[in-house]
Every structure is written in structure tokens, then in C-alpha cells.
Design a protein around this ligand. Structure first.
Ligand code: URP
Ligand code: ZN
Ligand code: ZN
Length: 456
């Protein structure tokens, strides 16, 4: 036996209990009480919680976007991930005109084989329907374990936008294949109209990023997507939900059995649009923008009521100099913020303070992402699954500073945020990769996660 983790409190999505965990060959062998079992390595987890490694199903690593390149590449992004207890990272490579899904994903896979510090998977963002050829390519991609795709309903001038025709065809094909279609839901025409209006009035501070993409801009697209899902009976996964009106439309549809899945991100739980009035407001520019307090409260309610399915990060940080391009013109600020190292600790902090349960934090950050996206070896501490394990000290206080993060960016919107409780060790398939503040793994430790299609 390679390892025994003794005396910890194991957290599953349905309960917490004292138990030991046996690990061999990167897998969980058994969970129970094993007083007489000897292992090569013995870890005493007394006083600690033993959690499944989290899965971040929404990141943009080394992504060329809006004139910049997101500041975390595959090495630093996945390194930061494991240092925050996330052991599997999904990236969103974007198909550019004429590219096949295989070309897009294989290029990234080659980089990850050398660089990834966590396990990794891909959703491919589709931008070119290629006269329908993409539908055949989806079949092959699903066979290769790429069981999800993305449509951006925005980013027209960036050449990434999918129209409704493409979205509904991908949704129907996704339903047939057991593949999930993920969607960034905002109305692009409304954004253009409002952006032009404010620009013509000389209103170009970061506040007008929010004003040009307010609540109703997101809500319209959320409702449109729910409409397609309802009438096609085809599953849809709405990424980075940030507004109350759209959220409530999704929750109503869910209650009626429509296969709508909802993701939000910690930035929408922590901050409101007031951040855009701050002197460093440009750093918070992401799309959709943070909304008003009513939306923030509605998101928290759905998180604690069990109605939101996943909390992911949308990790897409840019360097200060890139954010500065638009300090006097919000249209020039590359959109995106950091979070890959902060999300699991943030949600566990919410559990530690009693806002949600630890079981719910695990469900949102690990077991639901695994279920929804077909990672059959991940997401819970269960015999036979990968030994992706986080030891969490509920008494350790931690304050986020750029200096104690493990990314390559030079600022974070989480600066100064205090957490009560923090991960102290992360094991990736049984290998210690994070230990009390230090990254101790090596690039290339990560494996590709071949996913199963999920019929819904
Ligand atoms: O502002 C964001 N979210 N940047 C990354 C691209 C996206 O829309 O997810
Ligand atoms: Zn997006
Ligand atoms: Zn994103």
C-alpha cells in the first residue's frame, strides 16, 4: 500500500465522517478504519478535513484575447490550481476560422503533456460551423473524450460569436451524442448599442463596462437559451451566471424538468458592480460584469438552496499593463479576472463560516462538475477513483496576497481577502503536489482526462 491518510474527517457530497483512506497506485483503495494496515507513507490528518480535489471546468489559459494573452499559461495556471486544491482543470481552446476540433485540441494537449501540473481536459469553443462539418467532427471529438463544446453568444468583433442558428444545431447534436453545450449568454447587439451610446457621450471609465452590459443584457440571452433548451429538450450549461432575472428563469425551467445547468463564479458571489467605481476598477473588468447587490444575493441563495450546479472560476487574468490599456477607455481593457487558486478555498471558507455546508462546497466544486462533464474517475473520495485528495485545516487563517499565490499574473482581484480555513496539502493521483504553501510537484505531472458522454 502506498499511503494511508489517518484520522481525518472525510467530506463527501452527502456527509462527513471520521475515516482513514488507503491509496495505492494513484487510486483510492478503501475508506474505513484500518488500525493495523501498514503503508509506505502515513499521513496524520487529525484535526483536518479530507476533501476530494476540486475540478475547475472554466478556465482560459495562455488565451489570446482582445489584444492580450491571458497571463497564466498551462504550467502556471495548473500549478496555481493545485495550490488551491483544484486537481483537474478544464481549458477552453477556441477554434479559429477553418480549424478542426482536433487541430485545436491536439495543439493544447501537446503543451499540457509537458507543462500541466494538474490533470486537464478541454471544452472546444466553436466559432466556425464549416458548412455543418463541425457536427461530424463533434462525433469524433466525443470518442476522444471531448464531451463538451462552447458557444459564445458575444465577442462579435473578436470573431468568436456563434449565432442562434449555430447554437441550436450544436445543442441538437450535443443531445444526440451525450455532449454538453456550454454557452456564454449576453446579447451582443444590445452591448454594441449601449457601448456606442456611452462612447458618443464620452463615458468611457470602467463603470461604463457595467453600464453597457447591465442585468437585462444578460437576462435576455439567458432566457433565449432556456427557450431553446425547453423546446428542443436539449441540455445546456450556462457559464458564469451573474444576474438575478436570468438565474430565476433558469431555476423555473429546471423545476419544470428542462435540462438547464447553471454555473456561477466566486467573483459574482463576492463583488458587485460597485467595484467599477473604484480607482482599480479596470482590474475587475470581465464579461459578464459583476451586477448589483440583488443579483449577488440571488446567486448566494441559489448556491445555498442547491439550485446552482457548479461554481467554477472563468480564470482569465491579464497583467496590469494590459488592463491599463483601457484605464481611460473601457473598450480597450482585456476582459477577465483570476480565480483558479481562490475558488475552492473561498467556497470552503463560506462553509467554515456556516453560509453553506462543507458537503455543498464539495458538490459545487468537485462532484457536480465530474458528473455533468463525464469525469468518471474524479469528483468524490470513493474506492476505485483517482486519489485526488485535499487536506484542509479549518483553523488556519489565510489572507490572499499576490505574493502567496502561485500564478504568473501581477495582481489579483482577491488581494486582501481573508479566509478562515485553508488547504494544507494536495495530492494528485496519490502524489503530493502542494504542501503548506509550497508547490512541490513538477510540470508534466498532469494527465489528460478522457471524458465519457453523458446521456441526459
Ligand atoms: O471576461 C471574461 N470572462 N473573459 C474570458 C472570456 C469569457 O467570456 O469567458
Ligand atoms: Zn464568457
Ligand atoms: Zn470564460
Amino acid at each position: 500500500m502506498d499511503m494511508i491518510i489517518k484520522n481525518g474527517t472525510v467530506v463527501s457530497p452527502t456527509g462527513m465522517y471520521k475515516a482513514d483512506i488507503l491509496v495505492d497506485n494513484g487510486k483510492i483503495m478503501a475508506i474505513g478504519s484500518f488500525e493495523n494496515v501498514k503503508a509506505e507513507k502515513e499521513v496524520d490528518a487529525r484535526g483536518l478535513y479530507v476533501l476530494p480535489g476540486a475540478i475547475d471546468v472554466h478556465t482560459h489559459l495562455a488565451a489570446p484575447f482582445q489584444g492580450g494573452i491571458s497571463a497564466d499559461g498551462y504550467m502556471s495556471g495548473t500549478r496555481a490550481a493545485v495550490c488551491g486544491g483544484t486537481t483537474t482543470v478544464f481549458d477552453y481552446p477556441v477554434q479559429h476560422k477553418g480549424q478542426t476540433i482536433h487541430e485545436v485540441v491536439n495543439e493544447k494537449k501537446e503543451i499540457c503533456e509537458k507543462e500541466a501540473c494538474s490533470d486537464y481536459a478541454f471544452h472546444c469553443a466553436i466559432t466556425d460551423f464549416n458548412g455543418g462539418e463541425i457536427l461530424d467532427e463533434m462525433e469524433d471529438a466525443v470518442k476522444d473524450g471531448i464531451a463538451s463544446f462552447k458557444c459564445y453568444l458575444v465577442y462579435k468583433k473578436e470573431g468568436q460569436m456563434a449565432d442562434d442558428g449555430m447554437l441550436v444545431q450544436l445543442m441538437m447534436k450535443g443531445k444526440e451524442l451525450g455532449a454538453m453545450i456550454n454557452v456564454h449568454a449576453e446579447n451582443p447587439d444590445l452591448i454594441d448599442v449601449l457601448t456606442e451610446k456611452y462612447a458618443s457621450e464620452g463615458k468611457l471609465s470602467p463603470w461604463y463596462h457595467y453600464m453597457s452590459r447591465p442585468e437585462f443584457v444578460e437576462a435576455e440571452a439567458d432566457k433565449r437559451v432556456v427557450h431553446w433548451a425547453t423546446h428542443l429538450d436539449a441540455p445546456i450549461y450556462i457559464v458564469h451566471m451573474a444576474d438575478k432575472e436570468g438565474l430565476l428563469a433558469c431555476l423555473r425551467a429546471k423545476a419544470e424538468g428542462v435540462p438547464v445547468f447553471v454555473e456561477t463564479c466566486p467573483q459574482y458571489l463576492e463583488f458587485t458592480c460597485d467595484v467599477y467605481k473604484r480607482e482599480d476598477g479596470r482590474n475587475f473588468v470581465c464579461s459578464p460584469p459583476m451586477k448589483g447587490e440583488e443579483s449577488r444575493q440571488a446567486l448566494w441563495k441559489a448556491v445555498s438552496d442547491g439550485m446552482i450546479d457548479v461554481v467554477a472560476t472563468d480564470h482569465c487574468p491579464f497583467m496590469s499593463y494590459e488592463k491599463d490599456w483601457g484605464k481611460n477607455d473601457f473598450r480597450k481593457i482585456p476582459n477577465g479576472c483570476a480565480g483558479i487558486e481562490n475558488r475552492y478555498p473561498y467556497m470552503l471558507d463560506a462553509a467554515n463560516r456556516g453560509r453553506i455546508s462543507f458537503e455543498r462546497a464539495v458538490e459545487l466544486c468537485a462532484s457536480n462538475p465530474a458528473k455533468i462533464f463525464g469525469c468518471s474517475n474524479k469528483g468524490t473520495l470513493t474506492p476505485g477513483k483517482d486519489a485526488d485528495i485535499v487536506l484542509y485545516d479549518p483553523d488556519l487563517d489565510f489572507t490572499v496576497h499576490i505574493e502567496n499565490m502561485h500564478s504568473d499574473y501581477d495582481h489579483t482581484i482577491w488581494e486582501g481577502i481573508q479566509m478562515h480555513g485553508y488547504p494544507v496539502q494536495t495530492y494528485l493521483r496519490g502524489k503530493l503536489v502542494y504542501d503548506h504553501g509550497e508547490y512541490v510537484g513538477k510540470p508534466g505531472d498532469g494527465n489528460y482526462v478522457k471524458r465519457d458522454p453523458v446521456m441526459r
